[in-house]
Every structure is written in structure tokens, then in C-alpha cells.
Design a binder for this molecule. Sequence first.
Ligand code: FAD
Ligand code: NAP
Length: 538
Amino acid sequence: MSEINASGSADTDFDLVIVGAGFAGLYMLHRARGLGLTARVFEAGGGVGGTWYWNRYPGARCDVESMQYSYQFSDELAQEWQWSERYSPQPEILTYANHVADRFDLRGDIQFDTSVEAAHFDDEAGRWRIETSDGGTWSAQFVVMATGCLSSANMPDFEGLDSYRGETYHTGHWPHEKVDFAGKRVGVIGTGSSAIQSIPIMAEQAAHLTVFQRTPNYMVPAHNAPLDRTYEAEVKADYDALRERARIRPGGIDIEFNLAPALDASEAERRQKYEKKWAHGGFGFMGSYGDLMLDGAANDTAAEFVRGKIRDVVDDPAVADLLSPHNVFGCKRLCVDTNYWQTYNRDNVTLVDVSEDPIERITPSGLCVNGQDYTFDAIVFATGFDAMTGALLKIDIRGAGGRKLSEKWAEGPKTYLGLAIAGFPNMFTVTGPGSPSVLTNMLPSIEQHVNWISDCLDYMRQNGHGQIDSDQQAEDDWVAHVGETASLSLRATCSSWYVGANIPGKPRVFMPYMGGYPVYLEKCQEVVANGYQGFALS
Ligand code: FAD
Ligand code: NAP
């Protein structure tokens, strides 16, 4: 087995192949360069930025505050970059990703418009053989899958889809050119985060907007505003303090978190607390009480508060009722909105409930629900993603002995720490299933994974190791632990994409790690301190 080879690679042979040029792939390339490794990134899209390259729908923006949703690895970068709003809009985040690529001179090692279609581990050579959509074959000692948790768009298999004669859009694959809905009849399918961000804006543009809702969602208001420059200066004067406060929170986001149980407070105290959080805006609402995701009765108090807000805002009580969720508050991913419910007071917006009578089929002129035809000039599919496993399973990945990842994961994803997969040596996943990933502020989680992987590669080189694989037992124990922590939370109880419920036939497994970001960090550090405990190095 060769040690990591930092020089002398042929053009098609690399120390490291990285799949994806979102924030994970970009930073992984930067770290690989720092280690002196030869690396090549393959990116299906025509540019960097991943999520922020693809999701260009109107209103797309981050719902983690800008000062926290940015890289931490370079103090110069953090100091020089200036965000314009409390929550950054998609174009600005994409500009930031491009700035990072240029500032660190990363583009030269990224091959755009190229999908990785297969990655097979060659047992004899101890290397990965990679096939790309341009017909290329490549070899690498290591592969890092930086393919994203929410990068494989879900287009439901509606009957008659191909017959539709109007325009179709998916929020996760939005065109680069401006889409003009002026004067058009537009239908939107879905009411998740992407839909709730785009609906208020599309409603302002379209002649008429019809929203097809299968499950109503809980929202908290964003209260977006220009970034407070005094706050920015305070953060920049001591960025570390902000990051340290964030690191000890379950979601890795600096929010005020009250550990007290909701039912210990009186009704009046609770209302006051919820109103205060509501007025502040954003995910901080989840920090109102410590047991909102653990105790059904506590959760009900938050759920009822939010339903009250819907009734306050929406003029038509029947529409308010339809918009009111009755599942567990925060069970599906909480949405952060700007004027979403208010949009239903507009004359040109109609809400159609498809919870009991699903969309029957797409027709040449629109779609049909319960025998009723709706005619549209454009249909927007805000139907989400095959989350966490979708992008990985689209690639024909075969590990040691030719074992297929799709077979190994037939009953749900199994990983060690969401970083490695037993039987798939020298392959790492960034924010893979089994890591806190989508339950956290993703950028710090991505950096933590990339740092862990880079440190591991460095350790291997320093110690003359050419191969790493996680132990089956360590993986089994971790998978069991991920399942146990999920079972303690109300979050695992509903049909969300966290459990794969949005994709027909996908195994129902709670995919991200619910134990919290600080616990996870500690576990990752402990593994390293114990000489890569749970891994076999050779
Ligand atoms: P991605 O950005 O998804 O990049 C993965 C890249 O890999 C993509 O460019 C894709 O084209 C490429 N790729 C995948 N498969 C292949 C292949 N086989 N071959 C070649 N290339 C491939 N997170 C937050 O923390 N806060 C937020 O507010 C937030 N908002 C979001 C809003 C939207 C609309 C979405 C969809 C996600 C949001 N997220 C948010 C999650 C977001 O995905 C992460 O924050 C982050 O951008 C992920 O970066 P990544 O590099 O891991 O993955
Ligand atoms: P999503 O949350 O999965 O929402 C998809 C929507 O489409 C749901 O309302 C779903 O209904 C509906 N749907 C799917 N198939 C349908 C069908 N056959 N018929 C009718 N309705 C159907 O996807 P998303 O909105 O793209 O968001 C995915 C994740 O990306 C978010 O949870 C979040 O993590 C991230 N994101 C973040 C932001 C942000 O604010 N920063 C913005 C966008 C996305 P059901 O609920 O009934 O399945």
C-alpha cells in the first residue's frame, strides 16, 4: 500500500478526488493544497457554490444569520467580507462562494459541468477508479464526497408530466436567466422552505398564483433587515467569542437558549417569552424552552402560539385553518418566512388543499385535482430533495470486494460519524448521514468535517499509513446511537425528509445525528485523541 503521494502524479492520477464544489468541496480543496496533495474537484454544475448555484428561485436566502453563515478558516476573509443583510440573499452567497474560489485561487483544480458517475475501489491497487460524465476515468488514493445533503432535486413522478405544454421550474434547478411571471397564471406545488420563500414574491409578479399544499408548515418570521453595522463591528472585533457561543449550542448557532421546561412557566409567562422570541425573529424561537422537541405537551404550547399567529394574520378563517399545521411543531424543518401567511390575503392567490385528494395528474394545460382542472402558464415544483443519501446513491459507488453502496444502504444509511463508511476504504463524506449536518448551521459543520478529514490525511502521512477504513463494530455502534438519540426526540415522529418520507420507497430512518453539535464535536475529538478509535489504519 502506498503512502500518500504528494508528487509525481500522472494527469489522471490524484492523491485526492473531491466530488462537488459547494462550500464543502471548495474548503476541502483548499486544505488538500495546504497538505501538498494533488487534488481534482469534479462539479456537475457550471460554477462553484453548490446549493447557492442551483437554488436561484425568487426569494432564496439563508435563514441562518449572515455573520454566522460564513467560513471561519481565514480571519482575513472573515474580516474583509461584508454582508449586506441580516439574512443573506442567494445571489450574495453565490458571490461570496465565487470570491472564496478566486481569493484562494481554487478554480484551476475544479472541472465544471462534469458529474462523477462511478467510483470503484480497486482492492489490489488500493485506489479509487472514478468515471465521469465526459467519459474520463481517473484514479485517486482518496475520495471525498462533498456532494451535499440537499442537492438531489426531487421531482415527483406525476402522471402526465411530459404532456404539459407550459413552462416548468424546480426550485432546486432554477434557470440562470430571469424568469418573468408577469401576467401569468402560475401553479406552485409544495409548501416547504423553498416554497414559502418564493410564494410571496411570485404572488407579486404573477397574474394569479395557486398554491397546492399537502402539509402546512410552521413558520417563524425572519424580520430581515440591512445588517446592523454596529453588530457587525462588534462581531468582527471578537469573532471567536461568537463562534464559541455557537459551538456549545445543539444546532451550532448562537441563539439564546432557555433550558427550562415550558410547562414550568405560567401561561402568561410563556406567551411573553414566545412574543419576545417572535419579535426577534428567526430560529431563536426554538430556544424558548429546553423541552420543546422532547415533550409533546410543551411542544403543543409553541404549536398553539404559532397557530394563533396564523389566525391573527390571515383574513379568511377557512384559509387560516388550512394553513394551520397540527403536527409536532419543528418536526418538519422549521421555515423562516417573510410575509408568507400575509400573501394569502391577496386577491390573486388561492390555496388548494391536496392532503386528502392528491394531485391526480399533470395535464397539457395544467393539473387536475379531485376531478377539477387548473390551467397554468407555468408550474413551479417546490418539491424538495432526496435528502442526505440522494446525491451519493446516484453515483455507482463500490467499495472493497466490489460491494455496492446501494446494497449496503438498502435499509437506510450506515456510516461511522457521518464521515466514513465501513467497507469503503479511503472514502470520506462531508456532513454525511449520521452527522448533525442539516440540524445545524451547515457551514461550521462542513468546516469541522473538512478539518477532521484533512487532519486525518495528515496523520496518515506522518505515520506512514496508506489506507483507512472504519471498523464494522464502530459503525454499528454509531448507527445504533444515532437511532437512540433520534428516538428521544419528537423530531423523528413525523413524515419529513429527515426520515426519507418524501421519497417513495426510501427506507424510513432518521438520518441526521440528533445528539447535538457539542456532543458530536467531542466524539470526533475523542476518536482522534484515541488514535483514530474505530478505524483500521494500514
Ligand atoms: P452543496 O452546496 O449541495 O454542494 C454539493 C455540490 O456537489 C453541488 O454543486 C452538486 O452539483 C455537486 N455534486 C453532487 N453530486 C455530484 C456528482 N455526482 N458529480 C459532480 N458533482 C456533484 N444550510 C444552513 O445552514 N442554513 C441555511 O439557511 C440553509 N439554507 C438552504 C437553502 C436551500 C434552498 C437549500 C437547498 C439548502 C440550504 N442549506 C442551508 C443547506 C445547504 O445545502 C448548506 O448550507 C451548504 O450550502 C451545503 O454545502 P455543500 O458543499 O455541503 O453541498
Ligand atoms: P421540502 O421541505 O421537502 O418541501 C417540499 C414540499 O413539496 C412539501 O410541502 C411537500 O409536501 C411538497 N410535495 C412533495 N411532493 C409532493 C406531491 N407529490 N404532491 C404535493 N406536494 C408535494 O423541500 P424544500 O422546501 O426545497 O426544502 C428542503 C430543505 O432545504 C429545507 O427543509 C431546508 O433544510 C433547506 N432550505 C432552506 C431554506 C432557507 O430558508 N434557508 C430554503 C429552502 C430550503 P409534504 O410536506 O406533504 O411532503
